[in-house]
Design a protein around this ligand. Structure first.
Ligand code: ADP
Length: 263
């Protein structure tokens, strides 16, 4: 083809520049991915190394509060209660951090077995009855009859349920209601955790399952959180091959809906 030398040279130079920039970008991307993995590894190590000494602090504070080291004056008892409360929330954060770093690095293997979701949910309702009662919240289970068993990792499922039920209780005012409902849906079971609580603003919904995200909805009795619970729940549901979604109306309540495979 006939060509203009100057034009061809300019085109070649521009193409070379684009190629150089693309290579640089790919290299930087690789470095970022490696740094991100290093950050996760460091976070996991730091959390792991903090857990034991913190557990020791927690244990000694508890022993002192229980009077095992001698009589405790009321002022000292108050101080010990504060130490225990803060040690507990730090341990909660550390455990959540360890959990998410393990899940994200692909190190979690599910030990799946057929389980009756209805029986498991009933045991959760029973276990949380005192907490619900103390807050004046009704906690009920509605299960469709004749449901198949679910194929789940019992320990991981209890993490999912603990998070969703404790959130529902945490963000609902006294006098409210939390309903767990279970039904079949093809090869899956659908579980809904619905509360009549404060609800979540529509603009907050998309960030709900992200790590460390907390919305403008605050707990109703000063309960604390890490913002990691729902990120962990979503990953665990997906590891099971299920899905989770949320719908919410401000001032009316929130429903988390998830699927788990039937056995
Ligand atoms: P946290 O440890 O803060 O509870 P989560 O990841 O479990 O972390 O929840 C993230 C945020 O989502 C909470 O801080 C709260 O603002 C909001 N949220 C979660 N569940 C509910 C609910 N049932 N009702 C209203 N807001 C909720």
């Amino acid at each position: 083809k006939p060509f203009q030398q100057a034009e061809l040279l300019a085109k070649v130079r521009a193409s070379l520049r684009v190629k150089r920039l693309q290579d640089e970008l790919a290299e930087r991307n690789e470095r970022l991915v490696a740094l991100d993995a290093l950050k996760d590894e460091f976070l996991g190590m730091a959390a792991h190394d903090l857990r034991n000494p913190l557990g020791v602090v927690r244990l000694w504070a508890e022993s002192m509060a229980d009077g095992l080291l001698g009589p405790v004056a009321p002022k000292q008892a108050n101080a010990l209660a504060v130490i225990q409360k803060h040690a507990d929330s730090m341990l909660h954060l550390i455990n959540d951090l360890l959990d998410i770093s393990k899940i994200e690095s692909g190190k979690v293997e599910l030990k799946r077995a057929p389980e009756s979701l209805e029986a498991l949910l009933a045991s959760y309702v029973e276990a949380n009855a005192v907490l619900a009662d103390r807050k004046g919240i009704g906690l009920v289970l509605e299960a469709a009859p004749g449901l198949p068993q679910a194929l789940v990792d019992r320990e991981r499922l209890s993490e999912i349920l603990n998070n969703l039920i404790s959130n529902a209780l945490k963000f609902t005012h006294p006098g409210g209601k939390v309903t767990l409902s279970l039904r079949g849906e093809g090869r899956f079971l659908r579980l809904e955790v619905a509360d009549s609580g404060q609800g979540i603003a529509p603009e907050d919904l998309p960030k709900l399952f992200r790590k460390f995200s907390q919305t403008r909805t605050k707990s109703t009795a000063g309960e604390r959180g890490t913002g990691l619970g729902l990120a962990i729940v979503k990953k665990l549901v997906e590891l099971h091959g299920g899905e989770i979604s949320v719908s919410s109306v401000l001032g009316k309540g929130t429903t988390f809906s998830l699927t788990l495979p039937a056995a």
